[in-house]
Design a protein around this ligand. Structure first.
Ligand code: GLN
Ligand code: ZN
Length: 761
């Protein structure tokens, strides 16, 4: 009976690593203090897995910041600007790459596949020098060994590393990082040799890029790499681990024909075609690591059903060659259910976080080996049954309403140009209208007021008065700044998804269900466990109050269904689109109530629409279809004169422009701080479409205050491609994380720039 864990969360059950990192960065604690916390976390994780009976326990899945950055350090591939001069890379260089320092900015960060985790993108060029500069993999292996725990050291595979890299500055167009394969393999060889010398018997290479639509020369790189490593790897068992989707047939053929590989890890939760591939051909004598326990969700595994799946694989690969595993690293789920003190027992019985998933993996392995823990299995079966039949999960009315949506189109009756005309008659906005994206700075005071209200320390009346005062301040400020379309500033919201989730039925919230997003940052996604409905209006009270304070249009501010879905842990007992349609219906009601309450401009944020895009091209159209449909459902019923805005973060829209047009919003504001060039094509399409477009005119992620000239210059560049009558002027995103001392001058300059250009039109 064999069990394996792909990787484990490193933050700790109570975000111990986060706090240790941040106090170290603030200079409040020493490097030793930080290392002590990290060591304790690693030890407790290894011991916990060993105690659970896991056979293949990973090491080197801990990271002080990011596993891709760890690989960059291992390879000594430090970009020039960090002045690395050789030797073992320490905290100084490592954290400078991750976060920048006083004189140089950080390396770029981007999303890890389709998760909400962000990694540090390696920057490689023809002159990048490689050297074995971080012995972390070996040190961690030895560290575990000294505790008596035998582990499988995990490395990011060489091909995935290069495929995730970007060309360094100056060689952007001419250089392909994959051409460096021959230069990085010598370092891999050194690491492998050292691991072997230290006593490792298995080594795991994470090669998740194998699940993407790769070109043949990219696939060939895998064969080349592992053939080249073959002699160094001899004597070791080699596991190629894939996750997040199934491996396409061509990639499957490539890797299963490699002699040097001893085992293959497949994601059997997201990959539904793996059984067919394995049936058609699985190399004799090799191990199959079957990822049946979902690493990306918080639901307890349906053990009976997993056992059936595993038995199907067992009959093909053989009893001693099947290893029960997780679908991917458990770093994408919450850490330990034990710390959830506020969830009721029924809901708790339906859940499994990382610590519980480790136990599930082991229980499945034991059952396969004929030592089934009957009590554990029957408890699990009872929980599955209770979840299926619980009246808390099912709401007939919602099910019916959502089912009725399918098939129909849900579009506003009039086209966007005509709508904009009707809206303009009412709103009477100047050319290049100015607005902001929603939130204003969240001060300590504000957070305290919300916290105290939640803890019943202040009365509802006191709370309402404080928020009202804050809204009033924000409204007055915007009037002074002479902004055209105002926002209320979102002072009552802690988070754009949580705020709505807390008011909708079908959601629950954890106290410690944190998942690493990047570096020391974590998010705590809500759990959608049941049919979603809206018991009562959620934002109308505040929006009406804000509108009553000004004669200018006040934007109603909502989070869209796709974003609520993509930033939550979603139920796995019905398709994602079903849940999304339910949320859409709830938001639709809110839109209607806002309109009835006299709000003429309503912004429905779809910040996370792009990030839900499936990894494989063949699956993208279907996702975009229901995602965009869900958005339209929310607002298809409003009058022509009601102006619907949407906002999206992330400027990488080129491949989904048609879908953005299909959202049929009246005005789209998008993040644009870093890549004007890429957005040009989006703008051009926008011209044809006729909707208003507001590409952010300055970056809100930085404390820097842009000058009037700089913003005017930006707008001018946009005017070169866009009709002046559709262009809006706004920042990139919400202002929540900035200070008033930054926001005031930046917005002052933004408005002056718009006014300056109006005189030139
Ligand atoms: N309305 C939200 C805000 O301004 C949008 C945030 C976002 O796009 N991430 O905070
Ligand atoms: Zn945004």
């Amino acid at each position: 009976m064999a069990s394996h864990i792909v990787g484990y969360p490193r933050m700790g059950p109570k975000r111990e690593l986060k706090f240790a990192l941040e106090s170290f960065w603030d200079g409040k604690t020493s490097a030793d203090d930080l290392q002590k916390v990290a060591t304790d976390l690693r030890h407790s994780i290894w011991k916990q897995m060993a105690a659970a009976g896991i056979k293949y326990i990973p090491s080197n899945t801990f990271s002080y910041y990011d596993q891709v950055l760890d690989t960059t350090a291992m390879l000594g591939a430090v970009p020039k600007r960090y002045s690395y001069t050789g030797g073992e890379i320490g905290f100084d260089i490592y954290f400078s790459m991750a976060r920048g320092n006083a004189s140089v900015p950080a390396m770029e960060m981007t999303k890890w596949f389709d998760t909400n985790y962000h990694f540090i993108v390696p920057e490689l060029g023809p002159n990048t020098k490689f050297s074995y500069a971080s012995h972390k993999a070996v040190t961690e292996y030895k560290e575990a060994k000294s505790l008596g725990v035998e582990t499988v050291p995990v490395l990011i595979g060489p091909v995935t590393y290069l495929l995730l890299s970007k060309p360094a500055k100056g060689v952007e167009k001419s250089f392909c990082p994959l051409s460096l394969l021959g230069s990085i393999l010598p370092v891999y060889k050194e690491v492998i040799a050292e691991l072997k010398a230290a006593g490792a018997s298995w080594i795991q290479f994470d090669e998740p890029t194998l699940v993407l639509d790769l070109e043949s020369q990219q696939l060939e790189a895998f064969a080349k790499a592992y053939t080249e490593l073959e002699s160094t790897l001899s004597g070791l068992n080699v596991l190629i681990e894939t996750y997040f989707a199934d491996v396409p047939e061509a990639a499957y053929k490539t890797i299963t024909s490699l002699n040097v590989i001893s085992g293959y890890g497949f994601d059997l939760v997201r990959g539904t075609k793996t059984l067919d591939l394995v049936k058609s051909n699985f190399p004799a004598g090799k191990y199959l690591f079957a990822g049946v326990v979902d690493g990306r969700n918080i639901w307890a595994n349906d053990l009976a059903s997993s056992l059936t799946t595993l038995q199907a694989f067992e009959s093909i690969v053989g009893k001693d060659k099947l290893v029960v595993s997780t679908s991917c690293s458990l770093m994408h789920t919450a850490v330990d259910l034990v710390n959830e003190t506020k969830l009721d027992n029924e809901i708790k019985s339906w859940l499994a976080f990382a610590a519980q998933k480790v136990v599930e993996v082991n229980a499945l392995a034991k059952a396969l080996a004929g030592a089934k823990d009957e009590a554990f299995f029957s408890e699990n079966a009872a929980a599955q049954a209770s979840r299926k039949s619980s009246p808390r999960v099912t709401n007939e009315e919602v099910q019916k309403a959502a089912a009725a949506l399918r098939g129909s189109d849900h579009r506003r009756a009039t086209n966007v140009s005509a709508r904009l005309d009707s809206q303009q008659k009412k709103l009477n906005l100047p050319m290049l209208p100015t607005t902001t994206i929603g939130s204003f700075p969240q001060t300590m005071d504000l957070r305290r007021v919300r916290r105290e209200y939640k803890a019943n320390k202040i009365s509802e009346e006191e709370y309402v008065n404080s928020i009202k005062e804050e809204i009033n301040k924000v409204v007055k400020l915007q009037e002074e700044l002479d902004i055209d379309v105002l926002v209320h500033g979102e002072p009552e919201r802690n988070d754009m998804v949580e705020y709505f989730g807390e008011q909708l039925s079908g959601f629950v919230f954890t106290v410690n269900g944190w998942v690493q997003s990047y570096g020391s940052r974590c998010v705590k996604p809500p759990i959608i466990y049941g049919d979603v409905s809206r018991p009562k209006a959620m934002t109308v009270f505040w929006s009406k109050m804000a509108q009553s304070m000004t004669a200018r249009p006040m934007k109603g501010m909502l989070t869209g269904p796709v974003t609520i879905l993509n930033w939550s842990f979603v139920r796995n007992d019905q398709p994602r689109f079903e849940t999304c349609y339910q949320i859409a219906l709830a938001i639709k009601k809110e839109v209607e109530d806002l309109e009835a309450g006299g709000i003429q401009v309503i912004q429905i944020d779809e910040a996370a629409l792009r990030e839900g895009l499936p990894l494989r091209k063949a699956e993208q159209a279907f996702y975009l279809d229901w995602a965009v449909h869900s958005f339209r459902i929310t607002n298809c019923g409003v009058q022509d004169t009601t102006q619907i805005h949407t906002h999206m973060c992330y400027s990488n829209f080129n491949d989904i422009i048609q879908s953005i047009i299909d959202m049929d919003a009246d005005v789209i504001t998008i993040e644009n701080s870093r890549s004007d060039e890429k957005l040009l094509s989006v703008f051009r399409e926008g011209v044809k479409y006729g909707a208003g477009i507001g590409p952010g005119v300055y970056d809100i992620h930085s404390p820097r205050i842009p000058s009037t000239e700089e913003i005017a210059d930006r707008i001018n560049k946009m005017l070169a491609v866009l009709e002046s009558n559709i262009l809006w002027v706004n920042p990139d995103c919400g202002l929540k994380t900035r200070k008033y001392s930054e926001v005031k001058p930046a917005l002052t300059n933004m408005v002056s720039a718009a006014k300056l250009l109006r005189t030139q039109l």
